[in-house]
Write a protein that binds this ligand. Sequence first.
Ligand code: FAD
Length: 322
Amino acid sequence: MSATHESRAALVVIELDGTEFCDINWRVMGAIARLREFGALNVDLLLAGWKCGSAVDIAAAIPGVRQVLVVDDERCEFQLAEVFVPWLAAFVDGYSYVLIGATTFGKNLLPGVAALVDSQPVTDVIAIEAHNVFARACYAGRVVERVANLQPIQLLSIRGTAFAAITQRSSSIPAPITRLTPPATQEHSRVVQQERVASERPELTSARVVVSGGRGMQSRENFQLLYRLADKLSAAVGASRAAVDAGFATNDMQVGQTGKAVAPELYIAVGLSGAVQHLAGMRDAKVVVAINNDPDAAIFQVADYGLVADLFEAVPELIGHL
Ligand SMILES: Cc1cc2nc3c(=O)[nH]c(=O)nc-3n(C[C@H](O)[C@H](O)[C@H](O)COP(=O)(O)OP(=O)(O)OC[C@H]3O[C@@H](n4cnc5c(N)ncnc54)[C@H](O)[C@@H]3O)c2cc1C
């Protein structure tokens, strides 16, 4: 189907965290709101999981949704790309747009779908400038590329930090729900174990304050200092890749090009040099504070407030004042 203005329809692939509706979906709906500024759009949501009834209710209540396509089946508990990609690819025909968050979930699925439907995806979209013109960050965020996408199906992954979440989240008339046949089972891959990190702290990608540590923290034990600071500020804790590789912090804490993108109001970078690959993940932070004992550290070039100091003196002092 060609992307004519009369026939435009969008499919949003909803991300779940276990059985829960993820925050990223609100931001993808923010991108949908932006697309609507360029013409009428029929919007369907696709939601696949297991025991995800409450997420289905949330999805169905989103204003302006034509229908929610649902598969609630044990085989969908872990959305394995090997199972999901061929299944998803079968759905995209008939849609002018397919949108998914530029998260691990989206990055896992979209390229495979793109390969099967022979369409080049536009990944990590940070702005929508026309119905088929998108901006995306490349070269670790140093270059913003504008892409006029002339393909009939626009496969887009949306960088959540670049779009505001929709504020009106429920309408009084829920969208109709269409139940789908689950994807066929296959034997060549299965989930053996899933470990979930339970945390009382805010989620990194949606936190208003993030405290991040780098290799300068020197050890996993020293990261406790950052947790104490974060507790005072109700902040999430992030890390540089060097800190993750050294085992000071877990993988899910990594901020950057190959980690998570964050957009907090306040980002406190501690013992972190500010490599371009790290900056790529925090470029949307509103206010950046850096603590580093090297006055020439690159992080000071992007910091709004910089403290040249030994972090092992400065951070305890800061905690003491809060
Ligand atoms: C393809 C690719 C992808 C990458 N993706 C990412 C990514 O997603 N995220 C990421 O972070 N990196 C990423 N990197 C790695 C990146 O290039 C850097 O190596 C990394 O960010 C450096 O981490 P760091 O700043 O913690 O360590 P360092 O560069 O070692 O910096 C440590 C800093 O701590 C300071 N310091 C040391 N001791 C103290 C002290 N006592 N008090 C105060 N300051 C102190 C030092 O002055 C220094 O500035 C990627 C690299 C590549 C090639």
